[in-house]
Design a protein around this ligand. Structure first.
Ligand SMILES: NC(=O)c1ccc[n+]([C@@H]2O[C@H](COP(=O)([O-])OP(=O)(O)OC[C@H]3O[C@@H](n4cnc5c(N)ncnc54)[C@H](O)[C@@H]3O)[C@@H](O)[C@H]2O)c1
Ligand SMILES: [Zn+2]
Length: 363
């Protein structure tokens, strides 16, 4: 369980699974990055807990290391931060031989990857994800980018890291709420691809929430495997890969409308319920299935309804999603637990009743 390889169209890269940083120097050497200028990109929280550790280790082999620390939070995942990063890169004379190290959650990974993809038309980068969400999802697959105006991830690129280094012990410092947010993407993986994995996650709640590392490592590894298998078949999202957006059409709209007061994973959880309810309305899954999904999300302390959202506003916001094709809303739904179906010609009333379902208050 130490490594899986992701085979891309042009490049392949490994994902390493470790419980410390001790293999990192070796991994850098294997990838051909000896003797480079390194630029760590992180945020203030991650830097506080893990920055010094990493720098101390890297200093054993590297003499030129700089560090860009951004303000944590989705609100800062924008072009202003990228502008600031480019300025930092220039001031530190980074060139095409330099290596960017993204140390942090999905926000850091998406931005560092985007800056790496575009600075000098692309310089190499690696991902060291430190949230559960980024370890199971965002660090794999090469989608990088930022939000713009009211649009999530609307500016971006496909740009693969040279490797991903998952050190599960970084999760020890992750707040519980963030751990739960990561569970939303894990539950998504089970729902869309692997029913037995979904059942596993359902029955191992205690171990997962107690940070039982062997169990955690197993699910991180399984989620990466599942995501990699999809990305390998459709790197640039021409078709199949869109199933990974399950729960994200509603999720992204909610995330933006609430002005990022809820975490990405929390919005995805509500979005999953919306998509499950739509699947039920189309008679693909039963109402019991929907309730079962709600229960597992609740078990992991995730929200299943959105408060403070006006239903019509949510409907309008759905059209700002980048998956909208020729003004048609496009949904990834469940054909059963563990499999998906994509639909784009749903009636307005069906969509409105799903919105009504996820916007109402549960008692
Ligand atoms: N590129 C993709 O394919 C993809 C997939 C899913 C999500 N995403 C994106 O990922 C982002 C969400 O990522 P996230 O949930 O990791 O959020 P995040 O990067 O904002 O991290 C969450 C919070 O945890 C803190 N943190 C990170 N690691 C920590 C640690 N080990 N200890 C203590 N604190 C730590 C961060 O400072 C931040 O405050 C969203 O922007 C979403 O759009 C991208
Ligand atoms: Zn997501």
């Amino acid at each position: 369980m130490g490594k899986i390889d992701v085979h891309g169209e042009q490049v392949s890269y490994p994902i390493y699974f470790r419980d410390d940083f001790s293999f990192l120097l070796e991994a850098l050497k294997k990838a051909g990055f000896s003797n480079r200028k390194l630029c760590i990109i992180t945020d203030a929280n991650v830097d506080y807990f893990h920055g010094d550790n990493l720098i101390k280790l890297l200093q054993k082999e590297y003499t030129s290391i700089c560090k860009y620390i951004c303000t944590p939070g989705e609100k800062h995942k924008n072009l202003e931060t990228i502008y600031d990063m480019y300025t930092f890169f220039l001031n530190h004379h980074l060139d095409r031989q330099s290596l960017i190290i993204a140390l942090g959650g999905g926000v850091v990974g998406d931005m560092a990857g985007f800056a790496a993809a575009t600075y000098m038309r692309g310089i190499p980068f690696i991902q060291i994800p430190t949230t559960l969400l980024s370890q199971v999802d965002s660090s794999v697959g090469g989608k990088v980018g930022v939000d713009f105006l009211k649009h999530k991830n609307i500016i971006g690129a496909f740009y693969q890291p040279r490797f991903v280094y998952i050190n599960t012990s970084t999760l020890q410092t992750l707040p519980l709420r963030e751990r739960s947010a990561g569970m939303a993407e894990i539950i998504k993986h089970g729902l869309i691809l692997d029913q037995s994995y979904y059942e596993y996650v359902k029955t191992h709640k205690q171990q997962i929430m107690d940070l039982h590392f062997p169990t955690l490592k197993q699910i991180i590894c399984r989620s990466c495997e599942l995501k990699a298998s999809i990305v390998e078949q459709d790197e640039k999202e021409k078709g199949l890969r869109e199933i990974l957006n399950f729960g994200h059409t509603f999720g992204h709209a909610i995330e933006t409308l609430l002005d990022f007061k809820l975490l990405h994973g929390e919005c995805v959880a509500i979005g999953i319920v919306g998509a499950a309810y739509l699947s039920y309305q189309l008679e693909k899954i039963s109402l019991e299935n929907v309730k079962d999904i709600e229960n597992i999300l609740l078990d992991y302390h995730l929200p299943i309804r959105a408060n403070d959202i006006e239903q019509n506003e949510l409907y309008q916001q759905l059209f700002l999603d980048k998956k909208v094709k020729q003004d048609q809303l496009h949904f990834v739904l469940l054909s059963k637990i563990g499999d998906t179906v994509c639909v784009s010609n749903l009636s307005e009333s069906i969509i409105h009743s799903a919105i009504g379902y996820i916007c109402k208050t549960v008692r």
